[in-house]
Design a protein around this ligand. Structure first.
Ligand SMILES: Nc1nc2c(ncn2[C@@H]2O[C@H](COP(=O)(O)OP(=O)(O)OP(=O)(O)O)[C@@H](O)[C@H]2O)c(=O)[nH]1
Ligand SMILES: [Mg+2]
Length: 428
Protein backbone atom coordinates (compact mmCIF):
# COMPACT_ATOMS: atom_id res chain seq x y z
CA UNK A 1 0.00 0.00 0.00
CA UNK A 2 1.07 3.52 -0.70
CA UNK A 3 1.55 5.54 2.46
CA UNK A 4 1.44 9.23 1.77
CA UNK A 5 1.62 10.37 5.35
CA UNK A 6 4.68 12.59 5.71
CA UNK A 7 7.42 10.77 7.59
CA UNK A 8 8.15 12.39 10.92
CA UNK A 9 11.63 13.75 11.47
CA UNK A 10 13.43 11.74 14.11
CA UNK A 11 14.62 13.77 17.05
CA UNK A 12 16.96 13.06 19.93
CA UNK A 13 16.31 15.05 23.09
CA UNK A 14 18.89 15.96 25.71
CA UNK A 15 19.59 18.26 28.62
CA UNK A 16 22.04 19.21 31.33
CA UNK A 17 20.76 18.65 34.85
CA UNK A 18 22.15 21.24 37.26
CA UNK A 19 20.76 19.51 40.35
CA UNK A 20 17.22 20.52 39.47
CA UNK A 21 14.64 18.36 41.29
CA UNK A 22 12.19 19.02 38.44
CA UNK A 23 14.58 17.89 35.73
CA UNK A 24 12.66 14.71 34.84
CA UNK A 25 9.48 16.70 34.55
CA UNK A 26 11.12 19.24 32.23
CA UNK A 27 12.44 16.42 30.06
CA UNK A 28 9.01 14.82 29.80
CA UNK A 29 7.60 18.20 28.80
CA UNK A 30 10.37 18.50 26.22
CA UNK A 31 9.38 15.14 24.76
CA UNK A 32 5.75 16.30 24.53
CA UNK A 33 6.78 19.57 22.94
CA UNK A 34 8.94 17.75 20.40
CA UNK A 35 6.05 15.45 19.49
CA UNK A 36 3.75 18.48 19.27
CA UNK A 37 6.14 19.89 16.68
CA UNK A 38 5.61 16.89 14.41
CA UNK A 39 8.84 15.11 15.30
CA UNK A 40 9.34 11.62 16.63
CA UNK A 41 11.40 11.32 19.80
CA UNK A 42 13.74 8.36 19.25
CA UNK A 43 16.02 8.71 22.25
CA UNK A 44 17.27 10.90 25.04
CA UNK A 45 20.34 11.69 27.09
CA UNK A 46 21.22 13.79 30.09
CA UNK A 47 24.34 15.07 31.74
CA UNK A 48 24.47 15.79 35.45
CA UNK A 49 26.76 18.75 36.04
CA UNK A 50 27.48 21.61 38.42
CA UNK A 51 27.74 24.21 35.65
CA UNK A 52 27.13 24.43 31.91
CA UNK A 53 30.09 24.36 29.55
CA UNK A 54 30.09 27.92 28.21
CA UNK A 55 30.85 27.20 24.56
CA UNK A 56 29.14 23.86 24.04
CA UNK A 57 26.47 23.41 26.76
CA UNK A 58 27.52 19.73 27.27
CA UNK A 59 31.04 18.44 27.93
CA UNK A 60 32.87 17.04 24.93
CA UNK A 61 32.58 13.40 26.05
CA UNK A 62 28.81 13.75 26.32
CA UNK A 63 28.62 15.40 22.92
CA UNK A 64 30.37 12.43 21.33
CA UNK A 65 28.08 10.03 23.11
CA UNK A 66 25.02 11.92 21.89
CA UNK A 67 26.39 12.10 18.37
CA UNK A 68 26.88 8.33 18.25
CA UNK A 69 23.56 7.49 19.86
CA UNK A 70 21.69 9.89 17.60
CA UNK A 71 23.39 8.48 14.53
CA UNK A 72 22.51 4.93 15.56
CA UNK A 73 18.87 5.97 15.95
CA UNK A 74 18.87 7.88 12.63
CA UNK A 75 17.98 11.12 14.39
CA UNK A 76 18.30 14.28 12.32
CA UNK A 77 17.58 16.82 15.01
CA UNK A 78 18.92 17.38 18.50
CA UNK A 79 16.43 19.09 20.81
CA UNK A 80 17.80 20.67 23.98
CA UNK A 81 16.06 21.33 27.27
CA UNK A 82 17.23 24.94 27.79
CA UNK A 83 17.56 28.14 25.84
CA UNK A 84 21.11 28.09 24.47
CA UNK A 85 23.40 30.87 23.33
CA UNK A 86 23.86 31.26 19.58
CA UNK A 87 27.48 30.15 19.96
CA UNK A 88 26.52 26.99 21.82
CA UNK A 89 24.01 26.09 19.12
CA UNK A 90 26.54 26.66 16.34
CA UNK A 91 29.23 24.65 18.07
CA UNK A 92 26.90 21.79 18.83
CA UNK A 93 25.70 21.68 15.21
CA UNK A 94 29.30 21.54 14.08
CA UNK A 95 30.24 18.80 16.52
CA UNK A 96 27.17 16.58 16.18
CA UNK A 97 26.31 17.25 12.53
CA UNK A 98 22.70 17.46 13.67
CA UNK A 99 20.33 20.34 13.43
CA UNK A 100 20.11 21.74 16.97
CA UNK A 101 16.91 23.25 18.32
CA UNK A 102 16.68 24.67 21.82
CA UNK A 103 13.58 24.67 24.00
CA UNK A 104 12.70 28.25 23.14
CA UNK A 105 12.86 27.72 19.40
CA UNK A 106 10.80 24.56 19.75
CA UNK A 107 8.02 26.41 21.58
CA UNK A 108 8.19 29.26 19.06
CA UNK A 109 7.82 26.80 16.18
CA UNK A 110 4.76 25.22 17.76
CA UNK A 111 3.18 28.60 18.37
CA UNK A 112 3.93 29.60 14.78
CA UNK A 113 2.23 26.51 13.41
CA UNK A 114 -0.84 27.08 15.59
CA UNK A 115 -1.38 30.81 15.05
CA UNK A 116 -4.56 31.52 13.11
CA UNK A 117 -5.69 35.08 13.73
CA UNK A 118 -3.82 38.16 12.64
CA UNK A 119 -2.99 39.11 16.20
CA UNK A 120 -1.63 35.67 17.12
CA UNK A 121 0.41 35.51 13.91
CA UNK A 122 1.93 38.92 14.55
CA UNK A 123 2.69 38.08 18.16
CA UNK A 124 4.48 34.87 17.22
CA UNK A 125 6.34 36.58 14.41
CA UNK A 126 7.55 39.25 16.80
CA UNK A 127 8.77 36.71 19.33
CA UNK A 128 10.58 34.75 16.61
CA UNK A 129 12.32 37.78 15.18
CA UNK A 130 13.44 38.84 18.64
CA UNK A 131 14.79 35.36 19.18
CA UNK A 132 16.56 35.38 15.79
CA UNK A 133 18.15 38.79 16.06
CA UNK A 134 21.09 37.93 18.33
CA UNK A 135 21.43 34.60 16.54
CA UNK A 136 21.98 35.95 13.05
CA UNK A 137 25.05 34.55 11.43
CA UNK A 138 26.91 35.70 8.31
CA UNK A 139 26.16 32.35 6.67
CA UNK A 140 22.45 32.99 6.80
CA UNK A 141 21.62 35.19 3.88
CA UNK A 142 17.92 35.67 4.01
CA UNK A 143 15.17 35.17 6.51
CA UNK A 144 13.79 32.30 4.47
CA UNK A 145 16.92 30.32 4.97
CA UNK A 146 16.87 30.76 8.66
CA UNK A 147 16.67 27.98 11.09
CA UNK A 148 13.18 27.09 12.15
CA UNK A 149 11.41 26.26 8.92
CA UNK A 150 9.07 23.76 10.53
CA UNK A 151 11.68 21.20 11.40
CA UNK A 152 13.43 20.82 8.06
CA UNK A 153 17.11 20.19 8.35
CA UNK A 154 18.83 23.25 7.00
CA UNK A 155 22.17 22.89 8.74
CA UNK A 156 23.05 26.46 7.96
CA UNK A 157 26.74 26.03 7.32
CA UNK A 158 26.79 26.53 3.59
CA UNK A 159 27.87 29.89 2.19
CA UNK A 160 30.19 30.52 5.10
CA UNK A 161 32.02 33.82 4.85
CA UNK A 162 29.35 35.89 3.18
CA UNK A 163 30.76 38.80 5.14
CA UNK A 164 30.06 41.20 7.91
CA UNK A 165 28.16 43.68 5.77
CA UNK A 166 25.58 41.05 4.88
CA UNK A 167 25.13 40.35 8.56
CA UNK A 168 24.64 44.01 9.33
CA UNK A 169 22.14 44.27 6.53
CA UNK A 170 20.20 41.32 7.90
CA UNK A 171 20.22 42.86 11.34
CA UNK A 172 18.86 46.08 9.97
CA UNK A 173 16.18 44.25 8.00
CA UNK A 174 15.05 42.34 11.06
CA UNK A 175 15.16 45.48 13.17
CA UNK A 176 12.86 47.18 10.68
CA UNK A 177 10.52 44.22 10.59
CA UNK A 178 10.34 44.22 14.37
CA UNK A 179 9.29 47.84 14.52
CA UNK A 180 6.77 47.34 11.73
CA UNK A 181 5.19 44.40 13.52
CA UNK A 182 5.12 46.26 16.81
CA UNK A 183 3.28 49.07 15.09
CA UNK A 184 0.78 46.72 13.51
CA UNK A 185 0.26 44.93 16.81
CA UNK A 186 -0.45 48.21 18.49
CA UNK A 187 -3.14 48.93 15.94
CA UNK A 188 -4.71 45.50 16.50
CA UNK A 189 -4.38 45.84 20.26
CA UNK A 190 -6.06 49.21 20.11
CA UNK A 191 -9.08 47.62 18.56
CA UNK A 192 -8.91 44.96 21.26
CA UNK A 193 -8.60 47.68 23.84
CA UNK A 194 -11.72 49.37 22.58
CA UNK A 195 -13.56 46.10 22.93
CA UNK A 196 -12.13 45.55 26.37
CA UNK A 197 -13.13 49.04 27.43
CA UNK A 198 -16.64 48.42 26.31
CA UNK A 199 -16.71 45.28 28.41
CA UNK A 200 -15.23 47.13 31.36
CA UNK A 201 -17.92 49.75 31.14
CA UNK A 202 -20.54 47.09 31.20
CA UNK A 203 -19.39 46.50 34.79
CA UNK A 204 -19.93 42.78 34.55
CA UNK A 205 -17.49 40.70 36.54
CA UNK A 206 -14.72 39.10 34.51
CA UNK A 207 -13.70 35.48 34.90
CA UNK A 208 -10.72 34.00 33.04
CA UNK A 209 -9.93 30.34 32.45
CA UNK A 210 -6.19 29.87 32.84
CA UNK A 211 -3.86 26.93 33.28
CA UNK A 212 -1.49 24.46 31.81
CA UNK A 213 -1.86 23.66 28.13
CA UNK A 214 -4.23 20.78 27.28
CA UNK A 215 -5.85 20.85 30.74
CA UNK A 216 -9.33 21.38 29.28
CA UNK A 217 -9.88 25.15 29.46
CA UNK A 218 -11.58 25.37 26.08
CA UNK A 219 -13.70 22.29 26.78
CA UNK A 220 -14.78 23.91 30.05
CA UNK A 221 -15.65 27.13 28.21
CA UNK A 222 -17.75 25.18 25.70
CA UNK A 223 -19.50 23.31 28.52
CA UNK A 224 -20.42 26.59 30.19
CA UNK A 225 -21.56 28.06 26.87
CA UNK A 226 -23.72 25.03 26.17
CA UNK A 227 -25.40 25.26 29.52
CA UNK A 228 -25.56 29.01 30.06
CA UNK A 229 -25.71 31.02 26.88
CA UNK A 230 -28.29 31.40 24.15
CA UNK A 231 -27.02 28.29 22.39
CA UNK A 232 -25.52 30.12 19.44
CA UNK A 233 -23.34 27.49 17.72
CA UNK A 234 -20.55 29.80 16.57
CA UNK A 235 -19.88 30.73 20.14
CA UNK A 236 -18.10 27.44 20.72
CA UNK A 237 -14.31 27.58 20.87
CA UNK A 238 -11.70 25.27 19.38
CA UNK A 239 -10.81 22.13 21.35
CA UNK A 240 -8.12 19.62 20.50
CA UNK A 241 -5.94 17.09 22.20
CA UNK A 242 -2.68 18.89 21.52
CA UNK A 243 -0.39 21.39 23.18
CA UNK A 244 -1.31 25.01 22.55
CA UNK A 245 -4.55 24.41 20.69
CA UNK A 246 -5.68 27.87 21.80
CA UNK A 247 -3.54 30.89 20.96
CA UNK A 248 -6.26 33.50 20.88
CA UNK A 249 -8.42 34.83 23.61
CA UNK A 250 -12.13 34.17 23.27
CA UNK A 251 -14.48 36.25 25.34
CA UNK A 252 -18.10 35.28 25.91
CA UNK A 253 -20.95 36.29 28.12
CA UNK A 254 -22.38 33.72 30.51
CA UNK A 255 -25.73 33.96 32.23
CA UNK A 256 -26.27 31.52 35.07
CA UNK A 257 -29.93 30.76 35.76
CA UNK A 258 -30.93 34.14 34.29
CA UNK A 259 -29.52 35.76 37.40
CA UNK A 260 -25.75 35.92 37.42
CA UNK A 261 -24.07 37.45 34.41
CA UNK A 262 -20.36 37.42 33.92
CA UNK A 263 -17.80 37.69 31.15
CA UNK A 264 -15.80 34.50 30.61
CA UNK A 265 -12.54 34.31 28.70
CA UNK A 266 -10.50 31.38 27.47
CA UNK A 267 -6.87 31.99 26.70
CA UNK A 268 -3.50 30.53 25.76
CA UNK A 269 -2.20 27.66 27.89
CA UNK A 270 1.02 27.68 29.87
CA UNK A 271 4.09 25.44 30.04
CA UNK A 272 7.32 25.60 32.05
CA UNK A 273 10.01 27.99 30.90
CA UNK A 274 7.63 29.78 28.56
CA UNK A 275 10.04 31.95 26.57
CA UNK A 276 10.17 35.47 27.89
CA UNK A 277 9.85 36.95 24.38
CA UNK A 278 6.70 34.99 23.87
CA UNK A 279 5.14 36.17 27.12
CA UNK A 280 6.10 39.73 26.16
CA UNK A 281 4.67 39.38 22.66
CA UNK A 282 1.47 37.81 23.91
CA UNK A 283 0.79 40.60 26.37
CA UNK A 284 -2.38 41.68 24.64
CA UNK A 285 -3.71 38.13 24.60
CA UNK A 286 -2.81 37.55 28.23
CA UNK A 287 -4.35 40.87 29.24
CA UNK A 288 -7.68 39.16 29.72
CA UNK A 289 -6.24 37.05 32.54
CA UNK A 290 -4.59 40.09 34.05
CA UNK A 291 -7.83 42.06 34.12
CA UNK A 292 -9.95 39.26 35.57
CA UNK A 293 -11.82 39.53 38.87
CA UNK A 294 -11.53 35.78 39.26
CA UNK A 295 -9.22 33.19 37.72
CA UNK A 296 -10.30 29.59 37.23
CA UNK A 297 -7.13 27.52 37.14
CA UNK A 298 -8.05 24.45 35.10
CA UNK A 299 -5.88 21.48 36.03
CA UNK A 300 -5.71 18.00 34.49
CA UNK A 301 -6.25 15.95 37.65
CA UNK A 302 -5.46 12.70 35.81
CA UNK A 303 -1.91 13.79 35.02
CA UNK A 304 0.81 12.45 37.33
CA UNK A 305 2.62 15.79 36.99
CA UNK A 306 -0.38 17.73 38.20
CA UNK A 307 1.39 19.48 41.08
CA UNK A 308 4.24 20.70 38.91
CA UNK A 309 1.71 21.93 36.38
CA UNK A 310 -0.06 23.93 39.08
CA UNK A 311 3.27 25.44 40.10
CA UNK A 312 4.07 26.29 36.48
CA UNK A 313 0.75 28.08 36.08
CA UNK A 314 1.37 30.05 39.27
CA UNK A 315 4.80 31.12 38.01
CA UNK A 316 3.49 32.31 34.65
CA UNK A 317 0.62 34.14 36.33
CA UNK A 318 3.11 35.96 38.51
CA UNK A 319 5.22 36.81 35.48
CA UNK A 320 2.29 38.44 33.70
CA UNK A 321 1.23 40.32 36.83
CA UNK A 322 -1.83 38.20 37.63
CA UNK A 323 -0.39 36.46 40.68
CA UNK A 324 -2.69 38.08 43.22
CA UNK A 325 -6.08 37.72 41.58
CA UNK A 326 -8.52 35.50 43.52
CA UNK A 327 -8.47 32.00 42.09
CA UNK A 328 -10.49 28.78 42.06
CA UNK A 329 -8.58 25.61 41.25
CA UNK A 330 -10.72 23.44 38.97
CA UNK A 331 -9.46 19.85 38.89
CA UNK A 332 -10.71 18.61 35.53
CA UNK A 333 -10.81 15.19 33.81
CA UNK A 334 -12.06 13.51 36.98
CA UNK A 335 -13.62 10.88 34.70
CA UNK A 336 -10.09 9.59 34.09
CA UNK A 337 -9.47 9.18 37.82
CA UNK A 338 -11.01 6.91 40.43
CA UNK A 339 -12.47 9.77 42.40
CA UNK A 340 -16.16 10.61 42.70
CA UNK A 341 -17.23 13.80 40.94
CA UNK A 342 -18.43 16.49 40.75
CA UNK A 343 -17.35 17.51 44.18
CA UNK A 344 -16.60 20.83 45.85
CA UNK A 345 -13.80 21.13 48.36
CA UNK A 346 -13.69 24.58 49.90
CA UNK A 347 -12.94 26.95 47.06
CA UNK A 348 -11.96 24.18 44.66
CA UNK A 349 -13.83 21.69 42.52
CA UNK A 350 -13.20 18.21 41.13
CA UNK A 351 -15.13 17.81 37.89
CA UNK A 352 -15.21 16.77 34.26
CA UNK A 353 -15.67 19.41 31.60
CA UNK A 354 -17.75 17.02 29.49
CA UNK A 355 -20.23 16.25 32.29
CA UNK A 356 -23.33 18.41 32.62
CA UNK A 357 -23.71 18.14 36.39
CA UNK A 358 -20.06 19.13 36.76
CA UNK A 359 -20.51 22.22 34.64
CA UNK A 360 -23.54 23.32 36.68
CA UNK A 361 -21.60 22.90 39.90
CA UNK A 362 -18.66 24.84 38.49
CA UNK A 363 -20.97 27.64 37.37
CA UNK A 364 -22.48 27.84 40.86
CA UNK A 365 -19.03 27.95 42.41
CA UNK A 366 -17.90 30.72 40.05
CA UNK A 367 -21.09 32.71 40.67
CA UNK A 368 -20.66 32.42 44.43
CA UNK A 369 -17.05 33.58 44.28
CA UNK A 370 -17.65 36.40 41.87
CA UNK A 371 -20.74 37.76 43.53
CA UNK A 372 -19.62 37.36 47.12
CA UNK A 373 -18.61 41.00 47.41
CA UNK A 374 -21.94 42.09 45.99
CA UNK A 375 -24.07 43.63 48.69
CA UNK A 376 -27.83 43.08 48.93
CA UNK A 377 -29.84 46.29 48.61
CA UNK A 378 -33.51 47.21 48.79
CA UNK A 379 -34.41 49.88 46.27
CA UNK A 380 -37.43 51.82 45.20
CA UNK A 381 -37.39 52.96 41.57
CA UNK A 382 -39.88 55.40 40.03
CA UNK A 383 -42.58 53.58 38.05
CA UNK A 384 -41.45 55.12 34.78
CA UNK A 385 -37.73 54.39 35.31
CA UNK A 386 -37.40 51.58 32.79
CA UNK A 387 -33.77 52.39 32.14
CA UNK A 388 -32.48 51.74 35.64
CA UNK A 389 -34.61 48.64 35.97
CA UNK A 390 -33.23 47.27 32.72
CA UNK A 391 -29.73 48.06 33.93
CA UNK A 392 -30.34 46.12 37.13
CA UNK A 393 -31.57 43.10 35.21
CA UNK A 394 -28.50 43.27 33.05
CA UNK A 395 -25.84 43.91 35.67
CA UNK A 396 -27.14 42.90 39.05
CA UNK A 397 -28.71 39.87 40.59
CA UNK A 398 -32.35 40.87 40.98
CA UNK A 399 -33.90 38.78 43.75
CA UNK A 400 -37.34 40.32 43.95
CA UNK A 401 -39.35 42.88 42.03
CA UNK A 402 -42.69 44.27 43.12
CA UNK A 403 -44.77 46.90 41.33
CA UNK A 404 -46.65 49.10 43.79
CA UNK A 405 -48.66 52.27 43.28
CA UNK A 406 -45.75 54.45 44.46
CA UNK A 407 -42.89 52.72 42.68
CA UNK A 408 -41.07 49.51 41.80
CA UNK A 409 -39.62 47.77 44.87
CA UNK A 410 -36.52 45.83 43.98
CA UNK A 411 -34.22 43.67 46.05
CA UNK A 412 -30.95 43.17 44.25
CA UNK A 413 -27.33 42.26 44.75
CA UNK A 414 -25.21 45.05 43.36
CA UNK A 415 -21.58 45.09 42.28
CA UNK A 416 -19.47 47.48 44.36
CA UNK A 417 -19.05 49.62 41.22
CA UNK A 418 -22.82 50.03 40.88
CA UNK A 419 -23.67 50.83 44.48
CA UNK A 420 -23.08 54.58 44.17
CA UNK A 421 -25.33 54.77 41.11
CA UNK A 422 -28.29 53.35 43.03
CA UNK A 423 -27.66 55.27 46.25
CA UNK A 424 -30.56 57.73 45.51
CA UNK A 425 -33.01 54.83 45.28
CA UNK A 426 -32.02 53.13 48.53
CA UNK A 427 -34.87 52.38 50.90
CA UNK A 428 -33.77 53.78 54.20
N1 LIG B 1 -11.54 12.54 29.45
C1 LIG B 1 -11.63 13.86 29.46
N2 LIG B 1 -11.04 14.58 28.48
C2 LIG B 1 -11.15 15.93 28.54
C3 LIG B 1 -11.87 16.59 29.55
N3 LIG B 1 -11.78 17.93 29.33
C4 LIG B 1 -11.03 18.08 28.21
N4 LIG B 1 -10.65 16.90 27.72
C5 LIG B 1 -9.83 16.64 26.52
O1 LIG B 1 -8.55 17.21 26.73
C6 LIG B 1 -8.02 17.71 25.49
C7 LIG B 1 -7.61 19.17 25.64
O2 LIG B 1 -8.77 19.94 25.85
P1 LIG B 1 -8.82 21.51 25.54
O3 LIG B 1 -10.13 22.00 26.07
O4 LIG B 1 -8.49 21.81 24.13
O5 LIG B 1 -7.63 22.00 26.50
P2 LIG B 1 -7.06 23.48 26.70
O6 LIG B 1 -6.76 23.63 28.15
O7 LIG B 1 -7.98 24.47 26.09
O8 LIG B 1 -5.69 23.35 25.89
P3 LIG B 1 -4.81 24.49 25.13
O9 LIG B 1 -5.74 25.38 24.39
O10 LIG B 1 -3.96 23.67 24.24
O11 LIG B 1 -4.02 25.19 26.18
C8 LIG B 1 -9.11 17.48 24.45
O12 LIG B 1 -8.85 16.27 23.77
C9 LIG B 1 -10.37 17.35 25.29
O13 LIG B 1 -11.36 16.56 24.66
C10 LIG B 1 -12.50 15.79 30.56
O14 LIG B 1 -13.14 16.26 31.51
N5 LIG B 1 -12.34 14.44 30.47
MG1 LIG C 1 -7.70 25.77 24.58
Amino acid sequence: MYDNKPKKIKAFIAGVNLNDPNFDYYMSELANLTAANQMEVVGQARQNAETLVAGTYFGLGKINEIKNMARGLKAKVLVLNDELTPVQIRNLEKLTKLRVIDRTELILEIFASRARTKQAKLQVQLARLQYELPRLHPSENTLDQQRGNGGSSSGGFANRGAGESKLEMNRRTIGKQISAIKKELKAVANQEEIKANRRNQSALPKVALVGYTNAGKSTTMNGLLDAFSDGNEDKQVFVKNMLFATLDTSVRRIEVDHKFNFILSDTVGFISKLPHNLVESFKATLQEAKDADLLVNVVDSSDPNMLQMIRTTQQVLEEIGAGNIPMITAYNKADLTERAYPQIEGKDILYSATDEASIKMLADLISKQVFNNYGEFSLKLPLDDGKDLAYLHEHAHVKAEDYQADGIYVTANLAPADQARFEPFLLK
